[in-house]
Design a protein around this ligand. Sequence first.
Ligand SMILES: *Cc1c(COP(=O)(O)O)cnc(C)c1O
Length: 356
Amino acid sequence: MRPIQALINTEALRHNLSVVRAHAPNARVISVIKANAYGHGILNAAQALKATDMFAVLRLDEAIILREHDFQHPILLLEGVFQATELHVVAELGLSVVVHAEHQLQMLEQMTLAKKITVFAKMNSGMNRLGFNPKEYRAVVQRLAQCPNVEKIVMMTHFATADDARGISAPFEIFAAHTQGLDYEVSLANSATILCHPQAHANWVRPGIMLYGATPVSERPASSFGLKPVMQLESEIIAVQTLQAGESVGYGNAFVADKPMRVGTVACGYADGYPRHAPTGTPIAVNGVITRTLGRVSMDMLAVDITEIPEANIGAKVELWGEQVPVDEVAAASGTIGYELLCAVTSRVPVKVIHG
Ligand SMILES: *Cc1c(COP(=O)(O)O)cnc(C)c1O
C-alpha cells in the first residue's frame, strides 16, 4: 500500500474545543465543520466535537449526513439555502439558516413550513461578501420577527480583518449602532476574533481553523495559543539517490547540488494536496528530524534532503505536516495559509482516526 496517510488525532480536537471554551467561557460554541471539517472528515470531527453546542456547515448534504448519523445538535447552514424548496428539508431536519439577502428573506416569507426554524440574520458590516446593508438591517429583523416560519432570530456578522493590526473596531461599531435596542442573541466571532478580540465574543462563537490546531493569525504560531495540531500528514521515503556536486533533482532541474548529497524521494505530491508552490527549503521531518524539501514538487512525489540524516533510508517515516512541522509553516513557505492546505488534502489520501 502506498504509504501516505492523514492521521486525525481526536484528542487534539477535543483539546482545541476546550481552548475555545477557555477563551470564551460565556459564549456557546458553533463548531464550523464545513469543507469536510477543513479536510479532517466531517464525521470524524463531529464525533470528536460532540460536546459542542451547534455545528455549522455549508451544504444541505452535509447537514443531512450529520442527521443520518444521529447528531441531534442544532446545525447552521452558513450560506443559508440556495432554492426555496430546500427550506422544507431545513424545517424537517430542524436546521438553522443564515439569511443574508432579500431573495432569501422572501423565500422564507412566501413558504409555509411544517416547523418554525431559527434564522441567523447576517449584516454586511464592511466585508462586502454576504449580508444586508446596515441601514436595512433593522427592517429585516422586524420582518423576520413577523414571519410565521421563524422561531428564533440570532443577529450575526463576520469580520474581514480580525486577524491583523486593523482589528475589528470599525465593523464592530457599525454592527452595534445598527442593532442597538434589538433584543436578540448575537454571533460575531470566528477563530481570530475569539483569540484576539474578547469584546466581540457575544452569545455564539464560530470557531473553525482553531479547532483543527492551525493558526488564524499569520504572525502567531498555533502553539502560542495552546492549540494542538489535529492532522498529521505522513508518508515514507520510497527511494534514495546519491548526488554529486552539480547534479540536479526533479522537474526543471530546479535544485542543483553544490556538494555531494543524499536525497530521499517521498510518496507525496500535489495530487495528494501538498502545495506545488512549496519551494526548496520548505520544512519537512524525516525520522523525527526537521530537514528541507528540494526542487519542484511533482504530482506524486517530492524530494527531501537527508544528507545529515544518514540513518534515513527506504521506509523512513516522513511528516509533511503535523506535530513536528506546523501546517502553517508549510503554508507560509508556499505563499498561502494553513486553511488552504488542510482543505486541499485529496481523496486519494487515506484518513485514519487515532484516539489520542
Ligand atoms: C468559515 C467560517 C467561520 C470559521 O472561520 P475560522 O477563521 O476558520 O475560524 C466562521 N464564520 C463564518 C461565517 C464562516 O464562514
